[in-house]
Design a protein around this ligand. Structure first.
Ligand SMILES: C[S@@+](CC[C@H](N)C(=O)[O-])C[C@H]1O[C@@H](n2cnc3c(N)ncnc32)[C@H](O)[C@@H]1O
Length: 413
C-alpha cells in the first residue's frame, strides 16, 4: 500500500519516522520535515519518492548509497548530520539520568576507514563481493567506497579474485580487510577446509597481489610481510582479525583525550586493552597494566612493548573482565584507568571502579546506551564526569564513539 507520509523526526538509526494513527512508521532515507510517498509494510516503509524535500537534503556522495547497508545517512547536510550524531550521545545520557557536558562531534574525513568487513559468495558465473544490504544478507556488489582508504578501494578487484578462490559454495564468507603500514591484512572467515591445492592457489595469488598477510578461519596461510600499525610511535604487529579502531584519525583523537586526561598518573590500568591502542601510548608517560580476554591481542601488545625503546614498564594480564572484573583492592594500585569495552559495555567492571579510589578514569565506548549505563554507575560511586566527547569514527553510519573523562575527588582526612 503506497501512502503519503509526513516525516516527523530522524530516528537513532537514521530512518525518518512518521507518527501515524497506527503508530510510528520507519522510512529509510527520509528526513525530518519531508513529505514522502512510501510503501508501508507493518512498521517499516520503503520510500517511493520524496514529494517535498527538506532544505537539509543533500546529494549522497556514493553511487552505492541506498542499496549498500554500509552507510545509512549520506543525504543530510553536514551540520545537521553532526548535530544528529551528537544528539544520540546526549539522549542516551539523559535516558540514564547522567548529567554531563557533551562536546561537539569530532568529525572524521571520508576515505579514512582502514578496516572494512566485506561479504562474498559465489553466484552463477561470478563472485559477489561487497557489503550486506541494510537488514539483509544480500550482498551489494561494490566497485567503490567513499569511506574506505584508497588502498582498500584500489584492491577491490584483487579482493574479488581472492574471494573467488575462498568462497566455493553459495554460503557467504566474510573478508575483514585492514590497510596496515606494510600492506593489506586479510582475515577470511566462514571458509571451511582449505586443501593443499587451494592453499597453493591462495599463496600464489597473495604473492602476486602483494597482500601482506592472509589468514583463513584464524590460521595464517601466508605472511609476506608482518602487518604493522602504529600506536603513537610504537609499531605493533596486529593479530589476524583482532580488534583495531576503524580509522587512524578517530583513534588518534580518542588516544589524545585519554593520554591528556591521565597525564600525571604514575600507574595506569588499561582494561579491554586489545593490542595496546591506549596502553602503548600511555606507557610513554606512566607505568601500565593492560587486561584483556584475547590472548593474541595481549601477545601483540607485550611484543610491541618489549621492542619499543624508552617505554615505562608494561604488564599484561589475560582476564575475562565481565566475569572477573578488577576488584577495589586490585584497583588501589592505580591512580589512572582507561576502559574500552565491546558494545555490551562494562557493567560489572564499572561497579568495581565505582567503589575504588582511582583518581582519573577515561571511558571509551562505541555504544552510547551502555556507556550511559556505566557512567551512571560511576557517578553514583562519586565520580564527576568532566566531559564527554563524541567522535564520528563510523562516518555516515548510525554508530558513534564517545570518550568520557571522569575524576573522583580525594577523600578528606
Ligand atoms: C572495543 S575493543 C577495544 C580494544 C582496545 N582498547 C583498542 O582501542 O584497540 C574491546 C576489547 O575488549 C575485549 N574483550 C571483549 N570481551 C572481553 C571480556 N569479557 N574481558 C576482557 N576483554 C574483553 C576484546 O577482545 C577487545 O579487544
Amino acid at each position: 500500500m503506497i501512502e503519503r507520509l509526513r516525516i516527523d523526526r530522524l530516528g537513532a538509526q537514521g530512518d525518518g519516522i512518521a507518527e501515524t494513527a497506527q503508530g510510528p512508521v520507519y522510512v529509510p532515507f527520509a528526513l525530518a520535515g519531508e513529505t514522502v510517498s512510501a510503501e508501508i509494510r507493518g512498521q517499516r516503509a520503503q520510500m517511493v519518492q520524496v514529494e517535498e524535500a527538506s532544505p537539509l537534503r543533500v546529494q549522497p556522495v556514493c553511487a552505492h548509497f541506498g542499496q549498500c547497508g554500509g552507510c545509512s545517512i549520506q543525504h543530510l547536510a553536514v551540520e545537521a548530520y553532526a548535530a544528529w550524531k551528537r544528539e544520540k550521545v546526549v539522549r542516551a545520557l539523559e535516558l540514564s539520568g547522567v548529567e554531563a557536558e557533551v562536546g561537539e562531534l569530532v568529525t572524521c574525513p571520508p576515505a579514512t576507514r582502514r578496516r572494512v568487513a566485506l561479504s562474498a559468495r559465489k553466484a552463477v558465473g561470478t563472485v559477489l563481493l561487497g557489503f550486506n544490504a541494510a537488514m539483509s544478507h544480500d550482498i551489494v556488489e561494490i566497485r567503490d567506497c567513499a569511506v574506505a582508504v584508497p588502498e582498500i578501494v584500489a584492491a577491490l578487484g584483487d579482493l574479488r579474485e581472492l574471494a573467488g578462490v575462498l568462497a566455493t559454495g553459495p554460503k557467504p564468507i566474510r573478508l575483514t580487510v585492514t590497510a596496515t603500514r606494510t600492506g593489506l591484512d586479510i582475515a577470511a572467515d566462514g571458509v571451511g577446509r582449505v586443501d593443499e591445492g587451494r592453499r597453493r592457489g591462495l599463496v600464489e595469488l597473495c604473492l602476486g597481489r602483494r597482500f601482506a598477510r592472509l589468514s583463513v578461519d584464524g590460521e595464517i596461510i601466508i605472511e609476506r610481510k608482518k602487518p604493522v600499525v602504529m600506536f603513537g610511535d610504537v609499531p605493533v604487529v596486529i593479530p589476524p582479525g583482532g580488534f583495531l579502531q576503524a580509522t587512524e584519525q578517530a583513534e588518534a583523537v580518542m588516544a589524545a583525550l585519554v593520554t591528556e586526561h591521565l597525564a600525571g598518573a604514575k600507574f595506569v590500568a588499561d582494561l579491554f586493552a586489545g593490542s595496546g591502542t591506549f596502553a602503548l601510548r600511555l606507557a610513554r608517560q606512566s607505568r601500565v597494566h593492560a587486561a584483556e580476554s584475547e590472548a593474541r591481542a595481549l601477545t601483540a601488545l607485550d611484543e610491541a612493548a618489549r621492542h619499543a625503546p624508552g617505554l615505562k614498564p608494561v604488564s599484561v594480564e589475560k582476564r575475562d573482565l565481565f566475569r572477573r572484573p578488577l576488584l577495589p583492592k586490585e584497583l588501589a594500585a592505580f591512580d589512572g584507568l582507561v576502559f574500552d569495552p565491546p558494545r555490551a559495555g562494562a557493567e560489572a567492571q564499572s561497579e568495581q571502579i565505582a567503589k575504588s579510589e582511582v583518581r582519573k578514569v577515561a571511558a571509551v565506548s562505541c555504544n552510547p546506551g551502555t556507556l550511559a549505563r556505566d557512567l551512571a554507575i560511576l557517578a553514583k560511586g562519586g565520580y564527576r564526569i568532566v566531559r564527554v566527547v563524541p567522535v564520528d569514527q563510523f562516518l555516515w553510519s548510525a554508530h558513534v564513539e564517545a570518550v568520557a573523562l571522569l575524576e573522583k575527588p580525594r577523600r578528606r582526612g
